[in-house]
Design a protein around this ligand. Structure first.
Ligand SMILES: N[C@@H](CCC(=O)N[C@@H](CS)C(=O)NCC(=O)O)C(=O)O
Length: 215
């Protein structure tokens, strides 16, 4: 069985959990307690020199990092149901949407970045919240804009079934809620979030349902 290293609150790990659930793929879970710095321990660092979660150890003994790469590998090795459209243009749009979240929004809210702001740049809670509000709101507004550009308003980001874009969107909305951002004006984002949240694969992947959950 594959071994998946993650943390309940990590939105990158949350993405992979949703993908595993949609595919019906089981894995052994190894928690990495980010809050206490377990990602920086020698054993984990040897596995993932970037010292971030998630990390996946495949049954073949390979080690994979980066949630988008892990999801694409999963999609290639377990093609049903697909996480990306067969149509090249839609597929590029799905990847673009996913990258807005995974490459542009998420890195700015990461634990190590917030710690750096507080510990190295002396940012207080208000400054940290202003930072989060700026980058999370800007980013999710871009997602809303991309959804508004679609020719057809489908129940999920790019179709009638959830795919990679939805998988990236849901944990990002969860983070916005966790950081108390007001995103009530983003009607398409909220509608798709609700459609996804109603599905078992998404509910089972929610941080509150993980074995390492802490309130
Ligand atoms: N781009 C990476 C991001 C990985 C990442 O930033 N993980 C966070 C949790 S969501 C982490 O491990 N943070 C630990 C830290 O900041 O020390 C991915 O998509 O996998």
């Amino acid at each position: 069985m594959m071994t998946f290293h993650g943390y309940f609150r990590s939105s990158s790990a949350y993405r992979c959990r949703i993908a595993f659930n949609l595919k019906g793929v089981e894995y052994e879970f190894r928690p990495v307690h980010l809050k206490s710095g377990a990602q920086k321990g020698e054993t984990y660092k040897a596995l993932n020199p970037q010292m971030l979660v998630p990390t996946l150890e495949t049954e073949g003994g390979d080690t994979l990092i980066q949630s988008l790469a892990i999801m694409e590998w999963l999609d290639e090795t377990h093609p049903e149901p697909p996480l990306l459209s067969r149509d090249p243009i839609t597929r590029a749009k799905e990847r673009g949407f996913s990258q807005v979240i995974a490459c542009e929004i998420h890195p700015l809210q990461n634990l190590r970045v917030l710690k750096y702001l507080a510990e190295e740049l002396d940012a207080d809670e208000d400054a940290k919240n202003a930072w989060l509000s700026r980058w999370l709101t800007d980013g999710l507004e871009a997602c809303e804009g991309l959804l508004a550009q679609r020719e057809t308003a489908t129940p999920f980001c790019y179709g009638d079934a959830p795919g990679m874009a939805d998988i990236c969107l849901v944990p990002q909305v969860f983070s916005a809620q966790r950081f108390n951002m007001d995103i009530s004006h983003l009607s398409l984002v909220n509608e798709i979030y609700a459609n996804c949240a109603a599905l078992d694969a998404f509910e089972k992947a929610h941080p509150k349902n993980q074995p390492d959950f802490e309130a």
